[in-house]
Design a protein around this ligand. Structure first.
Ligand code: HEC
Length: 253
């Protein structure tokens, strides 16, 4: 065998070895991992956590980030917007509307740092997601995504009815804006007006409330489009805040 052939053979063997090693450390099937949940709760979004709605909204009893009430709404509002990663467009092959579809590609369960879907949210420049003119996701939101992936990217289902109370007087800015920001304005802002609707700014929100569509859509009433989606509903407590605000005459407080 001449020297060139030996070098080529050596390179091939090295390549095979590296490929096998990579396979071993490659993507983990989220259904079979026994990743220990973190006990760190400091990453929960302060804005949502301060609602008078109880902590069950963001984690289950084991401190695992809820998928149905916390993570899915983030993917819907920031990624699955019309023309991007909705089922119809599925840009770059990413359809980000259900659990099964989200964990299929770009997520390494247990390892947010190696997860492309997470990395594109935190980088700067033109590859950032969601792209300009949308604003980048705030760090309390991206931290939740990281925490969820690091806990194994599991389909943690949390109750949507909570023991929290809505007895205190509702505040538009303190209670409604954080909910709208988290669940709605990714699809309903001045740049992306899904259905022609902008839910940023008091006047716009008030107008939708007077119209009846705001309450009809969040309560998934017949005759209205269910918001944020057929699969995701705000918690009873969050809906109660909107009801109280509307009943009080929609104060700008
Ligand atoms: C993934 C993107 C997305 C998210 C997230 C989203 N919406 Fe929508 N919304 C839409 C689209 C698209 C339409 C238009 C639907 C149509 O006409 O078929 C719409 C329509 C509506 C309408 C009009 C409904 C009607 O029947 O007249 C209201 C009100 C509304 N959204 C409120 C909300 C609220 C409140 C939230 C958050 C709780 C929310 N949306 C979250 C995409 C979204």
């Amino acid at each position: 065998m001449n020297t060139l052939a030996k070098i080529l053979m050596g390179m091939t063997l090295t390549f095979i070895t590296i490929s096998c090693l990579y396979e071993k450390g490659g993507p983990v099937d989220p259904t079979v991992t026994g990743i220990v949940p973190t006990t760190d709760t400091t990453n929960l979004p302060a804005s949502l956590d301060s609602l008078p709605c109880g902590k069950t909204v963001t984690t289950n009893a084991q401190n695992q980030v809820c998928f149905n009430t916390v993570i899915l709404p983030l993917f819907l509002a920031n990624c699955a917007t019309s023309g991007c990663h909705d089922s119809k467009t599925a840009a770059e092959g990413y359809d980000l509307i259900t659990y099964q579809k989200i964990v299929k590609k770009g997520i390494v369960a247990g390892n947010s740092k190696n997860s492309k879907l997470y990395n594109v949210m935190i980088i700067t420049g033109e590859d950032r997601m969601p792209p300009a003119p949308s604003s980048p996701m705030s760090s309390d939101k991206t931290k939740l995504i990281a925490q969820w992936i690091d806990q194994g990217a599991k389909n943690i289902v949390c109750e949507t009815s909570t023991t929290g109370t809505t007895a205190q007087t509702v505040s538009y800015s303190k209670h409604l804006v954080p909910v709208l920001d988290y669940y709605c304005t990714g699809c309903h802002n001045s740049n992306t007006k899904s259905g022609g609707i902008n839910l940023t700014g008091y006047a716009n929100v008030k107008q939708m409330a007077i119209d009846g569509a705001l309450y009809g859509s969040i309560t998934h009433q017949i005759g209205y489009k269910p918001m944020p989606s057929t699969d995701v509903k705000l918690t009873d407590c969050q809906i109660g805040l909107f009801k109280q605000w509307i009943d009080l005459g929609m104060p700008n407080n």
